[in-house]
Design a protein around this ligand. Structure first.
Ligand code: URA
Length: 433
């Protein structure tokens, strides 16, 4: 088999066979197929797409390119959730303890942020001492004992994706539905959970710009999961503005803690309740959404959900005092209020731009090698649909250095205003099973 023939076949719009896909992934991982040829194939896939069989074969080959985690010695149904990423998305930090407090086992492997999107690992590392590098035995032991662990993906998990994703990142081939679906699902399936909930985002701050494309991606991933007998469901949710109010690592941990105390922002709480209810039904712990929501609310009200986060932080070497007293989390040197210059209704907040501005003051990485300042970020005080008077605080910027004029101008530009009253756009567009 010659790889150039495979590229040519896809370039001309034909479907690849299972053997050709195996040849590609195996050859790429063992180094016999070079980056430049794989770049050409990814670009051909970007334009020509793949059919369901090709996507399933690609996912299967990628999934088996490294170790497969076996969670069978953890009692009960193991649940996983994955968000396609966005700005202010701290869902795992609240949702995982909420469902674990209801009795679900959550063995979660998370990633780091890049560009305008944050990553769960960077957020949990705002907590002093928190270890994300547990080995497989420690990981399983912790999930068995307290029902919850959040760790980083091991180097051996889907090595094909590590190599392929880095290449796609620099060859403008990330936002291809077959490539995203196989990348995400290969990692979820190799991580060994029984159920998978996908939060597929659409909008300005997401890979998928429209709800229709997000739904297409969700359906592609659900079909892969179902082929492997995993209960896979998806929420299609908006990333047209940041989720919740906080953008930035320690600030997001603080907001996640507030949410576990019933004090978080409404949109974020609603996303967690919706996702939590689906996960409890997938895990057969609740028969209806109504029952599931009652269980979640009860475990928030009685403090069990917050306590679950404390237990996880302790088990992973972190300082639990920072969860009980969030004022002990890292703090930026300055807190600068940005005041509205004119009155009106907030029509839209540009999520992508706000994520980029947070990154520029140190909350994220422009390139993988950058280090993160956990303390800095943005806390929004106004979001879409809100009425603003001149002089109202739009946001507090937590920063270690003064903000320059360009930064402030770009920040104001993130607020699209209207003189007419604006309705809040719905956060959750659809749930798909
Ligand atoms: N997240 C992933 O893990 N893979 C992609 O291809 C895109 C987003």
């Amino acid at each position: 088999m010659r790889f150039v023939d495979i590229i040519e076949k896809k370039r001309d719009g034909y479907a690849l066979t299972q053997e050709e896909i195996s040849f590609w992934i195996r050859g790429y991982v063992d180094g016999s197929i070079p980056d430049y040829q794989v770049s050409a194939l990814c670009m051909a896939i970007y334009y020509q797409g793949m059919n369901d069989d090709e996507i399933a074969w690609l996912c299967d080959e990628m999934m088996h390119s490294g170790e497969m985690i076996d969670l069978s010695d953890i009692a009960g149904i193991k649940a996983d959730k994955h968000s396609t990423g966005g700005v202010g998305d701290k869902t795992s930090l609240s949702l995982a303890p909420m469902v674990a407090a209801c009795g679900l086992k959550v063995a979660k492997m998370s990633g780091r942020g890049l560009g305008h999107t944050g990553g769960t690992l960077d957020k949990v590392e705002s907590i002093e001492g928190f270890q994300v590098a547990l080995d497989e035995e420690q990981f399983k032991k912790q999930v068995n004992e307290i029902g919850l662990a959040i760790i980083g993906q091991t180097k051996q998990l889907v090595p094909a994706d590590k190599k392929l994703y880095s290449l796609r990142d620099v060859t403008a081939t990330v936002d291809s539905i077959p490539l995203i679906a196989s990348s995400i699902m290969s990692k979820k399936l190799a991580s060994g959970s029984d159920t998978i909930l996908l939060d597929v985002k659409f909008g300005d701050g997401a890979f998928m710009k429209t709800p229709e494309d997000a739904e297409k991606l969700a359906r592609t991933m659900i079909s892969i999961g179902k082929k492997l007998n995993k209960d896979t469901r998806a929420m299609i949710s908006s990333m047209d503005q940041p989720l919740g109010n906080a953008i930035g690592n320690a600030l997001e941990v603080e907001e996640a803690i507030a949410t576990l105390k019933n004090e978080g922002p409404e949109d974020f709480k609603e996303l967690c309740m919706n996702a939590g209810a689906i996960m409890l039904m997938q895990g057969k712990l609740a028969k209806s959404e109504q029952k599931a929501r009652e269980m979640l609310q009860k475990n928030i009200d009685n403090g069990a959900a917050l306590n679950k986060l404390v237990e996880m932080v302790k088990a992973q070497g972190g300082n639990p005092e920072q969860i009980l007293h969030p004022e002990l989390l890292p703090k930026a040197k300055m807190q600068i209020e940005i005041q509205a210059r004119k009155e009106g209704y907030v029509k839209r907040l540009k999520a992508l731009e706000l994520g980029t501005l947070a990154m520029q003051i140190g909350a994220g990485r422009a390139v993988k090698e950058d280090t993160i300042n956990h303390a800095v970020g943005i806390v929004l005080h106004k979001k879409d649909g809100d009425y603003v008077k001149a002089g109202d605080s739009l946001a507090t910027i937590h920063t270690d250095s003064e903000l320059n004029e360009d930064w402030i101008k770009n920040f104001y530009d993130c607020f699209e205003m209207s003189v007419d009253k604006v309705e809040k756009a719905p956060l959750i567009y659809k749930v798909i099973e």
